[in-house]
Design a protein around this ligand. Structure first.
Ligand SMILES: N[C@@H](CCC(=O)N[C@@H](CS)C(=O)NCC(=O)O)C(=O)O
Length: 231
């Protein structure tokens, strides 16, 4: 049994980061089962609009419980000191278009490094990567490793209709597959190159169900034996 996990992410989404981190951590294990992971940049604002959903931070009850769930998520995924900046949320259409261009132009490892850096800059350093000058700084930072010329080319491409349309098409693909938020996954189960089934999943809290669907052995948490009181 094998398969592919298509992971749809937007850098404004903390839960997308949790999912990304987890899939990076278990990637080798997944590969040993013949399961690969492909990340796709999408525009969450477009998903919200076109699926008829409302951003959770605009629904008072979701915004309230959301703060608690976010804090729990940060602890559970062990990603401290991840925090939401005061200027959250940002309009991510520009960085997500740039990412779309990077994915199609540079090696996938470079694309994933930049995706990770988006979250590092936004949620750890509280830098507004929706601003082209900040994005340019990110691209030429030593961790990203692009030259000034490459950063210019990426920022120019992010304003180009071709990459705008490519991001729109990828966002629409996610909607057509059932997305109403992020992270969203389209999981394909296969054996010997034959597709046995495909299903959508929503959220960084659905991995146990993805593993079940892929018929993988999983161990998410263990209930430990009761600690007897020492007399
Ligand atoms: N329970 C999910 C929540 C994910 C979530 O709230 N995602 C936000 C974006 S960061 C979203 O798209 N929400 C849409 C919705 O909840 O309807 C998880 O743990 O990952």
């Amino acid at each position: 049994m094998g398969g592919i996990i298509h992971a749809y992410y937007d850098c404004v989404s903390p839960y997308s980061y949790f999912a990304f981190v987890h899939l990076q951590r278990v990637r080798d294990k997944l590969a040993s089962y013949g399961v690969t992971v492909e990340s796709h940049p999408i525009f969450l604002g477009g998903i919200m609009d076109r699926s008829g959903n409302t951003p959770p931070w605009k629904v008072p009850a979701k915004a309230k419980l959301g703060q608690l769930e976010l804090a729990r998520g940060i602890k559970y995924w062990n990603v401290e000191p991840f925090t939401q900046p005061d200027f959250f949320p940002i309009l991510t259409i520009f960085p997500q278009r740039a990412l779309t261009y990077i994915k199609h132009t540079y090696p996938l490892t470079q694309f994933e490094k930049i995706l990770d850096l988006y979250w590092q800059w936004f949620f750890y350093q509280h830098l507004n990567i929706s601003k082209p000058d900040v994005l340019r700084q990110l691209l030429v930072s030593p961790a990203a490793g692009f030259s000034v010329e490459q950063a210019d080319e990426i920022v120019t491409a992010a304003m180009d209709k071709k990459w705008k349309d490519a991001l729109t098409a990828k966002t629409q693909e996610a909607i057509d597959r059932g997305a109403y938020g992020a992270p969203f996954f389209w999981v394909v189960k296969s054996e010997g190159g034959k597709v046995l089934g495909e299903e959508p999943f929503f959220g960084s809290d659905r991995f146990h169900q993805i593993w079940d669907f892929l018929e993988l052995q999983w161990e998410d948490f263990k209930l430990l034996p009761r600690i007897e009181a020492k007399l």
